[in-house]
Design a protein around this ligand. Structure first.
Ligand code: TXA
Ligand code: MG
Length: 379
């Protein structure tokens, strides 16, 4: 049984003592719920992988209550110090060389010479990290490959019985994971994952930022960039203007036509606000997936989301939700397509193109992303 702890002094104290004893506690951050374990205890870290059912080890982000404790575990450079000053606490993860005296276990760092560190915002997360008094490894608190949780109820749907406790601090404010920036070479900052801090905000301070040039699963720089990720059970079709009758719709922005009666629709933001859309993304996918399966719908159609600001991170997650699932043969139906192409602005995963319509939707209503036909085959 997984205990549900209230966000009170006693709930926090219990959560911290479970963590110190090597147990697992999911806790809310401003981005998503993290599955926390003591990063210095390899057994605790191993339990994280086991609870998530991760197919392979993956370096985990270590979480701290403040920059001073984070920078004891890594070798900061002036750019890192500046970014930390600007954005911490907040949804930015910095990858830096691991410090000689780092107490983070090799298992948490996946044996790498670098370490990802982050100082989350949010009173409850900060209080817990302070009480725990050690680096806390925390991947998103979902089973591997599934949608990240933004409420305690989502965590329990994923991990009930597999972890010791969940500390319920309410819904997450940002709703998307942190931006991961590799600063191991400060002369060449590299965006490993778009997230809660926008690329534009980082560029204003760092200047040009490199984007990884491959999104395939082969030797990804940031292993969590696995193509098929955030996967609902139902197939996902992207950049759709009008859904088919038997699809659920993840909408974005004002709708010119009222949905047909009984249609399953979740609007990320009726006013087209990207911040609001980010907070509603994972709940929307989850809700449409659950209800859509009950209603025997064929999939989830997603309206276009602009590729700037937080839209970049939203498109990244949607692209992964639509990617072919590991072990699933590519098919040529409108769902489960495998075509990907680099975006004009660099290596952020593009929305897969929809193949030509099968005729089920009226002509001209489905918009196709402009793509080169480059196939990606995740293992
Ligand atoms: O918002 C977040 O970052 C959430 C909350 C809970 O803090 N955590 C999260 O963790 O999303 P996770 O494990 O799901 O994603 C961590 C990402 C992965 O893409 C992982 O490969 C990458 O960070 N990462 C961790 N350490 C790394 C390293 N040393 N070098 C490159 N990438 C690293
Ligand atoms: Mg994750």
């Amino acid at each position: 049984m997984t205990r549900r702890l209230e966000n009170t002094a006693s709930g926090l104290a219990t959560a911290a003592s479970i963590l110190r004893a090597g147990g697992l506690v999911a806790f809310g951050t401003e981005t998503v719920y993290g599955l926390g374990g003591d990063a210095t205890q390899p057994q605790a870290v191993a339990r994280i992988f086991e609870a998530k059912n991760r197919p392979r080890f993956n370096p985990l982000i270590s979480h701290f209550p403040d920059a001073a404790s984070a920078f004891r575990q890594v070798v900061p450079n002036p750019l890192a110090l500046r970014l930390a000053d600007m954005f911490w606490p907040g949804p930015l993860t910095l990858v830096l060389p691991r410090a000689q005296g780092s107490t983070v276990s090799d298992l948490a760092a996946d044996g790498l010479a670098s370490l990802a560190v982050r100082v989350p915002r949010g009173e409850s997360a900060q209080a817990l990290l302070r009480l725990a008094g050690r680096p806390i490894a925390a991947p998103s608190a979902n089973r591997s490959g599934r949608i990240s949780p933004s409420t305690a109820a989502h965590v329990l749907e994923e991990l009930d019985g597999r972890i010791d406790a969940v500390l319920d601090s309410g819904p997450c404010a940002v709703g998307l994971e942190s931006t991961v920036l590799d600063l191991t070479d400060p002369a060449r900052p590299c965006l490993l994952r778009p997230g809660g801090i926008t690329l534009e905000a980082l560029q204003a301070i760092c200047g040009p930022i490199a984007l990884p040039d491959t999104q395939s699963d082969a030797a990804p720089l940031s292993p969590g960039r696995m193509l098929s990720h955030y996967a609902p059970h139902l197939p996902v079709r992207l950049d759709v203007i009008t859904p088919m009758a038997d699809e659920a719709l993840l909408a974005f922005g004002p709708q010119s036509n009222a949905p047909p009666p009984g249609a399953l629709v979740w609007n990320l933001s009726e006013h087209g606000h990207l911040e609001e859309a980010a907070t509603r993304l994972f709940s929307g996918l989850r809700t449409l997936d659950d209800a859509g399966q009950r209603l025997h719908l064929r999939g989830i159609a997603v309206q276009p989301v602009p590729a700037h600001g937080l839209g970049l991170a939203i498109r990244d997650r949607l692209n992964r939700a639509a990617a072919p699932r590991p072990g699933t043969p590519h098919d040529d139906t409108p769902h489960g397509t495998a075509q990907n192409a680099p975006l004009a602005d660099g290596g952020i995963p593009p929305l897969p193109a929809s193949p030509p319509d099968t005729g089920a939707a009226p002509a001209g209503q489905t918009q196709h992303a402009p793509v080169a036909q480059e196939s990606d085959s995740p293992s």
